[in-house]
Design a protein around this ligand. Sequence first.
Ligand code: ADE
Length: 243
Amino acid sequence: MIFTILTLFPAIFESPLNESLIKKARDKGLLEFNIVNIRDFTTDIHHTADDAPFGGGAGMVMKVEPVHYAMEQVRKEHAQPHFVLLTPHGRRFDQHVAARLSHMPHLALLCGRYEGVDERIHSLVDDEVSIGDYVLAGGETAALVVVDAVSRLVPGVLGNEASPVDESFCDGLLEYPQYTRPREFMDMQVPDALLSGNHEEIRKWRRKESLKRTILRRPDLMERFQPTREDEIMIRQVVGEME
Ligand code: ADE
């Protein structure tokens, strides 16, 4: 999968895209990154990428022309870019959006900066995404969040293909608690079910813990969750234990 990142601050991406999982996936040829400095596409002598807002007011606005020229260049160099603007006004990013974006052959993330972007930039992109209801100084950190969540869904990137299926949000629930050695630490024990070696007992314990955790921490997720018969019985048990 190809990621293009269009930014005024390319140095921000140097270390995060050269470590750990992403580094390994790049080495294997599974992911390719293309960092485009929008400032290279400014047309004036001062390389101006922002300007004062028409109508007045505080702050600067990211200009449309350099973004347009940078996008044209991306289209020339790599096929089928799907352009996504990172902005607090975008659609909320979640695991479903990550899964959808992971099927794109080429994801081009446009990082907004300054107090905002010229409204005409919105009409140039295919999609707009926000990573949450807070305002960042720019789209760069949001782009890194998107790259992280999307790239680990690209086949082969995790190495272990089973793990993305089993984790939080995949079936609308939070993930069950995990433990590793030692069995006991400061009087805290690993639950017996996990030590039983009985696969069915372990599966049931994990499912019930997933339900319990979601009910306690993210009741909003339960509103959309579609339980099986077994889930319904476990939910009644969990609620009973909480009373
Ligand atoms: N740029 C500034 N804030 C943002 C947010 N919450 N998500 C995506 N891009 C942003």
